[in-house]
Design a protein around this ligand. Structure first.
Ligand code: HH2
Length: 260
């Protein structure tokens, strides 16, 4: 899953692809590099990010999805949003996947929309919201708590009519987690995979990699690769990254070595 951020303030590439043509060209490039899925987002979820209104979010992402729907084939388009109206417009513009970092908590009707559109979705764990999530996050057992949350959100989605086989689950690396929480989740990712749904993992360029390596955001590719390779070994099957080509190579080699 290649990341296409159409925002002024994303933590690693904010402002680079605010223009629809530049964002679409970036998506085309990621598709050429081997992305199977392009995740287009118009609102940053980095810690302390301000919320974006739905009109502005739509204005950012819809022209990009329309261009990508014209310009790439064989690649699924995903909308990274929690807002019903944005998702509705995105599905009409060619998206067939909804990536909701609130797992249908922000707009519960989003589940019904996904069901009706026969779209796929990713439900992610986050403690609190982006403005508050990094203020002293605490868990009894982070892996058990995240697993129970994802199980409950999967049940909600299914109750709203989304077929179980259209749902992927994501432990939400960096969303209301300390470095140690992120590491626990990566160490014990097999417990999340045991829920039986495909696991999406998003470690790309994130700050825990900076804390472990001392690297700035643009220098975290090696850490991104290491964490994705190990996530693959522990059962993840979808890897949300900014640098598709190098991660794809690393995963191809890692996958070839994993026992089947
Ligand atoms: N991480 C980010 C955004 N969306 N979605 C899922 N499913 N999993 C993730 O780990 C995830 C996500 C944050 O990364 P990015 O989009 O690069 O930054 P920003 O939120 O600042 O735009």
């Amino acid at each position: 899953m290649g990341v296409v951020n159409v925002t002024p303030d994303s933590f690693s590439d904010g402002g680079r692809f605010l223009d629809a043509d530049a964002a679409a060209a970036h998506g085309v490039q990621l598709a050429r590099e081997g992305a199977d899925l392009l995740d287009v987002g118009g609102e940053s979820t980095r810690p302390h990010a301000e919320r974006v209104g739905e009109d502005e979010e739509r204005r950012r992402v819809i022209p990009v999805l329309e261009r990508l729907a014209d310009q790439v084939s064989g690649v699924q388009l995903s909308i990274d949003t929690s807002k019903l109206a944005v998702a509705r417009a995105a599905l009409a513009a060619g998206a067939t996947y909804v990536n909701d970092v609130t797992a249908f908590r922000h707009d519960p009707e989003l589940a019904g929309l996904v069901a009706e559109a026969k779209a796929d979705c990713c439900l992610m764990h986050m403690l609190g919201d982006p403005r508050t999530m990094q203020d002293d996050p605490r868990y009894d057992d982070v892996v058990a708590d995240v697993k129970a949350f994802l199980e409950a959100r999967l049940a909600f989605a299914v109750a709203e009519g989304v077929p179980e086989d259209r749902v992927m689950l994501d432990p939400g690396i960096g969303f209301g987690k300390t470095v140690e929480h992120n590491l626990q989740l990566l160490r014990r990712l097999d417990e999340i995979a045991a829920l039986g749904r495909p696991v999406v993992i998003g470690t790309s360029r994130k700050s825990f990699l900076g804390k472990l390596t001392g690297r700035e955001v643009g220098e975290r590719l090696a850490g991104t690769i290491a964490s994705n390779v190990l996530a693959l070994e522990r059962g993840a099957t979808v890897f949300r990254v900014h640098d598709v080509a190098p991660v794809r190579d690393a995963l191809a080699v890692a996958a070839a070595t994993v026992a089947r």
